[in-house]
Design a protein around this ligand. Sequence first.
Ligand SMILES: [Zn+2]
Length: 129
Amino acid sequence: MHEATIAQSILNIVTDRLKSVGVAACALSVEIVLGEFRNVDPESLSFAFDSMKDFCPATSNCRLDINVINASALCSENAHNYRPVAELAYRCPACDGGIAKMVHGEELDVVNLIIEVADEEKKHARIAG
Ligand SMILES: [Zn+2]
């Protein structure tokens, strides 16, 4: 499944970052941005992530935060910035122009990761994406 593949690649990014810390650490939360044009169902992705994270002790307590980004595009006729929707065949509601350029909606990125380092001070570390 599409969502399971994405969940696995998020977990791979998380475990790679944990390894790069160089000391024992576990992930507390990972935040992603997800453009609505990626055709990824956030609920299915959360479900896949939660069912796969237990395979690794360092990620078993990790929460996945998904920020869905609305699509926006510039139209080909007047460069209007609009939200393309299927009901209008993704055309501009102001002038019926097509999509000239996508501005938002194709994102799929890890933007933040919060980890806990397993030393006696239990320091929290934040690694920017
Ligand atoms: Zn337009």
